[in-house]
Ligand binder design. Structure first.
Ligand SMILES: [Zn+2]
Length: 491
């Protein structure tokens, strides 16, 4: 049986890693790893949140996991009728957002999101130009400004390419801790980790060789770690390697319960213009336990939350200054910042890109309130990219339409029947509900994004403090106005 397993292992693309484990306490102390594994871990930083939600829902050695509220947000887009989105391309963009820095990513040994080579489409009329630039799009069969189709395919590889493969130097070796800190393999690093775990007796340490593979469940074995297993565990566990090796099953929800204030963003760089430009939503809260049940919003807010799916994880970490509360991902991000570009990372430029990967071109919202990076290579300047999104709002959703967004970010078009049946399902008495109007700016938006990464009570965690602060402060800076529910419902 073991022989059969080995044969199968050899057929798949795999790398052997040496795990150092504490035999007495069944715990992984650290892993010795080279370029392939470390590049794979760092590639998580360029995955858009929608891609992570999609991969987390796949089966592998471990069951599907829920990625905060982003899994239900992703499913909402998937279930949303096409009539509510600007066109088919918008749905495709949200469900299969593009990985930025794709040319680096496609060269990795373990590129678990096997996207197709990046191609773009010229106008049927090859002479079609606007502002002296050729009209193109990354999405096939979109309408050009001249009303013809953008259907003439070209590959981006033909543009000025990149020579480097992956992110870290070929010759470097690394120590990866159980909570995904990536450290240069220097004398003392492994010793420090053993000491940190309270291991003083070398006899209690065992070496175990574990193969890592990109295949998803061609067969299940505890001796093969699939990259997707590690990605999933890094979202729900503080000790993903131990959880995997020792098959701990209680890792779902392993993250500590959070105090709501941890989701609160205190300081943001918000210009006065942006303050005037806040989105207005109507929030309904259950009085008895202060849970925010849902909010009612227009297409501007829905475009805003849908755009989360297109944000690369590293770009989110950059906006949250490295504190996402996904502790393993925070460690990975911090490692990338701290590793030296002389010894470990291919170049300073690449390190800069990985610590704030931009949202891919054509995915940016015209009215994005969050400071997500949208810098692109200047080799695109000869082209005029035709926006597949709405020419009116610059977003994905076809407005005007009112939606409801539940605490765990399920988004559906508003209907009074849906609201009543939701309240019934949640066993909420009508007289136990209060309503307010809240204005969402950059600070509140960032707080919603942060909460959506780790919790299924995104609105309660991100907006509750705003709600209660409004009672204490009666100044003109209030962003909440109280309304009586009965009054609203009777009109
Ligand atoms: Zn054209």
């Amino acid at each position: 049986m073991a022989g059969d397993a080995t044969q199968l292992v050899e057929q798949v693309d795999e790398v052997s890693l040496r795990f150092m484990v504490d035999r007495e306490r069944n715990k992984v102390l650290y892993v010795e790893a080279g370029k392939d594994f470390v590049d794979t871990l760092f590639s998580f930083l360029i995955f858009p949140l929608g891609t992570i939600a999609r991969l987390a829902a796949k089966e592998s050695n471990i069951d599907a996991v829920k990625f905060g509220s982003l899994s239900s947000l992703y499913e909402s887009v998937s279930d949303l009728g096409e009539e509510h989105l600007w066109n088919k391309t918008c749905k495709e963009m949200l469900l299969k957002p593009r990985v930025p820095m794709g040319l680096y990513y496609r060269k990795l040994k373990f590129n678990i999101d096997e996207s197709e080579p990046l191609r773009y489409y010229h106008c049927e009329d090859k002479t079609c130009k606007i502002e002296n630039r050729y009209c193109v799009s990354f999405f096939r069969n979109q309408k050009c400004i001249c009303r013809k189709l953008l259907n003439q395919e070209s590959f981006v590889n033909s543009l000025k390419g990149i020579e480097e493969s992956g992110f870290v130097k070929e010759t470097s070796t690394f120590i990866v801790s159980d909570d995904l800190c990536v450290l240069a393999n220097e004398v003392g690093t492994s010793l420090n980790l053993c000491q940190k775990h309270g291991v003083n007796d070398i006899d209690t340490i065992d070496k175990r060789t574990v193969n890592i593979s990109k295949k998803e469940a061609c067969f299940l074995s505890m001796y093969i770690v699939y990259v997707i297993d590690i990605l999933k565990l890094s979202l729900v566990s503080k000790t993903p390697l131990t959880d995997f090796i020792y098959k701990k099953e209680q890792f779902v929800g392993n993250l500590d319960p959070r105090n709501r204030s941890e989701f609160w963003i205190r300081e943001v760089d918000e210009s006065s213009d942006e303050i005037n430009d806040k989105m207005v939503v109507k929030v309904l809260r259950r009085k008895s336990n202060e849970q925010i049940l849902f909010l009612e919003a227009q297409d501007d807010f829905i475009d805003f939350v849908f755009s989360f799916l297109t944000f690369p994880l590293g770009g989110v970490l950059h906006m949250l200054q490295g504190f996402s509360l996904l502790s393993c991902i925070d460690n990975l991000y911090k490692s990338m910042i701290e590793l030296s570009s002389d010894g470990c990372i291919i170049s300073e430029n690449l390190k800069e890109k990985l610590t704030k990967p931009p949202i891919p071109m054509q995915f940016e919202l015209r009215n994005q309130i969050l400071p997500i990076d949208t810098k692109y290579k200047d080799y695109y300047t000869q082209y005029k990219f035709i926006d597949p999104k709405s020419p009116i709002s610059g977003g994905y959703v076809k407005g005007p339409i009112t939606f409801i967004v539940t605490d765990d970010m399920v988004v559906t078009p508003l209907s009074s029947i849906a609201v009543v049946s939701y309240l019934e399902r949640m066993k909420v008495a009508f007289n136990d509900v209060e309503e307010r109007v809240i204005r969402i700016g950059r600070k509140e938006g960032l707080s919603i994004l942060k909460a959506s990464l780790t919790t299924t009570s995104t609105l309660t965690n991100s907006l509750s403090l705003l709600w209660s602060n409004s009672r204490m402060n009666k100044g003109p800076s209030l962003s909440i106005q109280e309304h009586s529910l009965q009054e609203q419902w009777s009109t």
